[in-house]
Design a binder for this molecule. Structure first.
Ligand code: F0G
Length: 351
């Protein structure tokens, strides 16, 4: 059967009616990849799976929320949407708005989003404004615009975004046939961990699963307001997607961690890069640096003896590595150049 996108796949759990015009790029249905080589390399006796959200139409998990936010905006008669973004939300908002025939306005921190993401928003014809400020400042501005002008906010403060994103949890349970013991995620604006927890609870209440995972979120150490218990005015990390100092869903993310007996912790940029290399080199999955924060956290917790033998563990890899190819080039070995003769080739290959 043709995959219909997350709204049709999970309609009974979502706030849509027969009158809602469904705007979809057939997002969702992403791979849940068993990753035994990574587990073995870090010495963890666990059953590990990576949920690769880079396989969504615009290359990140944002598409799950955007299909619903844009469909509902269209149902309400909106002609335009607006968001602040560290890159992925703007790419997704631009693509779904184009598909719906709506305008998208995006505010981004100048020089702090990757070229891959910027190029997506540009080619989908969003109106892009780069501000001399960070994501948190951009979010304050767009919130006020949406309150005062005829344009719908599609950041995760829009409740439909998290409703759509919770389908990531449904898919994990459908793919495994049970709920994992632990679910790891990177945390930026803190919407996704909130959404996954909603999804797991919905499935539990519907009798589709008989246990709930511990929700475990990881922030980058230079952008870890929740862990440090205070707003970070000037967040810093190479993981630009999660360079956020005052998350919108701060309290909800704390509640998800507390209710599930999980936690929110942090990892350094070095730990993120180590995990990023391992995911690509050991499992063949290319994610962006921010996406590796959850796996970096798993490696960190494993060293403390956190897991029980045989634990089922899922990490969400939130975005595709091609979005930040520049970063992977800067940390990879340069390819060798050879003349093209067979002799030289055989020598270079080491045969
Ligand atoms: N990973 C990636 C690749 C992201 O783009 C984001 C957030 C996160 C993780 C964190 O998710 O905010 O729900 O805690 N990106 C937003 C954006 C902020 O504007 O694209 P979160």
């Amino acid at each position: 059967m043709k995959w219909p996108g997350i709204i049709e796949a999970y309609r009974e759990f979502l706030p849509v009616t027969d009158d809602t015009p469904i705007v979809t790029l057939e997002e969702g249905g992403t791979p849940l990849i068993r990753s035994p080589r990574l587990a073995a390399e870090i010495g963890a006796d666990i059953d590990l799976y990576l949920k690769f959200e880079g396989a969504n139409p615009t290359g990140s998990f944002k598409d799950r929320g955007m299909t619903l936010a844009i469909s509902k905006a269209k149902e309400d008669g909106a002609k335009a949407v607006i968001c602040a973004s560290t890159g992925n939300t703007s790419a997704s908002a631009a693509a779904y708005s184009a598909h719906a025939g709506m305008e998208a306005y995006v505010l981004i921190p100048e020089g702090k989003i990757t070229l891959g993401k910027l190029s997506q928003a540009m080619i989908h014809k969003a109106t892009i404004l780069q501000i001399d400020g960070n994501f948190d400042e951009a979010l304050c501005l767009v919130k006020e615009i949406a309150e005062n002008y005829p344009v719908t906010l599609v950041n995760s403060l829009n409740p439909y975004r998290l409703q759509g994103q919770k389908t990531g949890a449904f898919e994990v349970c459908d793919q495994l046939d049970y709920a994992p013991d632990h679910h790891f995620l990177p945390v930026g604006n803190a919407g996704n961990i909130t959404a996954y927890w909603m999804g797991y609870k919905d499935y539990y209440n519907a009798g589709k699963i008989d246990s709930l995972p511990k929700m475990i979120g990881f922030q980058a150490a230079g952008a870890a307001p929740i862990v440090r218990g205070k707003i970070i005015k000037n967040p810093k990390t190479i993981a630009t997607a999660i360079r956020i100092g005052n998350p919108a869903s701060w309290k909800q993310a704390e509640a998800a961690a507390a209710e599930s007996q999980g936690r929110i912790d942090m990892v350094t940029d070095d730990e993120i890069v180590t995990a990023y290399r391992m995911i690509a080199g050991l499992e063949g999955i290319y994610c962006e640096p921010a996406s590796a924060a959850g796996v970096a956290g798993l490696i960190k917790l494993n060293k403390t003896g956190y897991f029980k033998s045989g634990d089922k563990v899922v990490c969400t890899l939130t975005g595709h590595g091609l979005k930040d190819a520049d970063f992977s080039l800067t940390i990879s070995e340069k390819p060798a150049s050879i003349s093209g003769s067979m002799d030289e080739l055989v020598k270079a290959l080491g045969f």
